[in-house]
Design a protein around this ligand. Structure first.
Ligand code: HEM
Length: 404
């Protein structure tokens, strides 16, 4: 009897191990099949479908971008799940989305045949989310930093005794250019901020009707005042570029931090290094804002970003930062979206710089505003902040006095 029991146990264990082995074999024969399905490039993968259901971008769009109703690829009518040979609605929508549909229209504008444009959603989300956050932190942070600076340093006073004499700092011509630039920039900044924040701030506070009127006026002012800004920018460049070419005095001025936190007044010519930085920021950033603004003012007329991206890709620039290539080619609307984002970001950076400039040119420094207000500055102020220039001008003045 024990021998029978032992035989039965041995048979059972052999049977178990055989069935386990066959199960493993069955599994191993299934997995290659599954992997065949996964690696089939013609089939959307499950994780891609799940990503799209969550509103995320598919990791590989090529599968769907190829499925746009090519009759040659359609399953024959006779086969299982066969089609009628033509494009289905889904094929058609995919063709719209990937810009492959054969669309004809009477409208002769560049963007008329783009019916669906993926980049629009990313741009919209960025514009009403991160862009506004950047604006708040950048402008709010600058105002806060200026307030802290004022609390620590106070108003920068004229150190020495005032002479009661004045030196001509800016001619009426120069002041006209400056104030044309300044007033247009301030109007553009305010109306630009209204168009960025209007929906979030004005609609909840004052309602749609009020926002509509404000937005229409803002847009009109923004579009038209831009010309005054561009003209003033060229004007200022021509008049002041000669005084803003960097030289050795600037290096010494920068090494002493401009004497902003005490430590004397480093010598400077008509413009010190800090002012030269402001000048070049205004010219370069203002120039870039003008260019991107012009491309927004004349939509689809000239493309700035597609060409730039393809140039940068050619040089491998994104690779230097470990990033993928920049998108190219761009749909006409994408050009506009990049132009808008660039325009807004660069304007915000320049506005932050100009806030600091306005502070120093008004409440931040005793005697500075007179230069742009009356055109004349206290001689002692000039000797402290622009000693080399003051020496030159005061010398000329003496010469002029001696002549008759
Ligand atoms: C209420 C606003 C503003 C005030 C009170 C103001 C004040 C001044 C003053 C006092 C100066 C002469 C500084 C000196 O004598 O050394 C100056 C120069 C200058 N301003 Fe303004 N400004 C204002 C707005 C602007 C704006 C909006 C821009 C450009 C978008 C601008 C661009 C310049 C430039 C490029 C210079 C020459 C370089 C420099 O001094 O930094 N200003 N401003």
């Amino acid at each position: 009897m024990p021998r029978h029991l032992a035989a039965i146990l041995i048979c059972l264990s052999v049977l178990f191990s055989l069935s386990a082995a066959s199960g493993a074999m069955a599994q191993s024969s299934v997995s290659p099949q599954t992997s065949t399905v996964d690696s089939n490039p013609a089939v959307s993968k499950l994780d891609d479908i799940l990503r799209r259901q969550e509103g995320l971008k598919s990791s590989d769009e090529t599968i769907r971008s190829n499925e746009i109703g090519d009759p040659a690829k359609a399953k024959p009518i006779s086969s299982q799940l066969g089609t009628l040979g033509g494009a289905s609605d889904a094929d058609l929508w995919r063709a719209f989305r990937f810009g492959e549909a054969d669309i004809t229209t009477q409208a002769r504008v560049p963007a008329a045949t783009t019916l669906i444009q993926d980049g629009g959603m990313w741009w919209l989300d960025f514009r009403r989310g991160p862009l506004q956050t950047i604006a708040i932190y950048l402008l709010g942070g600058t105002l806060l930093a200026l307030a802290v600076f004022y609390l620590i340093r106070g108003r920068i006073r004229i150190d020495g005794e005032k002479t009661g004499r004045t030196l001509l700092r800016f001619s009426a011509f120069e002041r006209f250019g400056h104030w044309m630039l300044a007033s247009s920039f301030i109007l553009l900044g305010l109306t630009g901020l209204i168009s960025l924040f209007g929906r979030k701030v004005i609609i909840p506070a004052f309602g749609h009707e009020a926002f509509s009127s404000v937005a229409i006026v803002s847009k009109w002012v923004h579009n038209n005042v831009s010309w005054a800004f561009m003209i003033a920018l060229i004007f200022i460049f021509v008049v002041w570029v000669i005084h803003n070419i960097p030289d050795r005095t600037d290096l010494r001025w920068l090494l002493k931090g401009g004497g902003l936190f005490g430590g004397g007044h480093p010598p400077a010519k008509k413009f010190n290094a800090g002012q030269k930085l402001i000048f070049w920021a205004v010219i370069l950033l203002g120039g870039s804002i003008s260019l991107s603004g012009l491309s927004l003012l004349f939509p689809f007329e000239f493309n700035l970003f597609g060409h730039t991206f393809s140039l940068l890709n050619g040089w491998g620039v994104s690779g230097w930062f470990g990033m993928a290539d920049l998108p190219y080619p761009l749909a006409p609307q994408e050009e506009m979206q990049y132009a808008q984002l660039w325009h807004a970001l660069v304007s915000l950076i320049l506005t932050a710089i100009i806030l600091a400039h306005i502070y120093l040119g008004s409440i931040g420094m005793e005697g500075a505003f007179d230069a742009m207000g009356k055109g004349e500055v206290e001689e002692q102020w000039a000797r402290e902040h622009h000693s080399i220039w003051a020496e030159e001008v005061a010398g000329q003045k003496t010469t002029v006095r001696k002549e008759p």
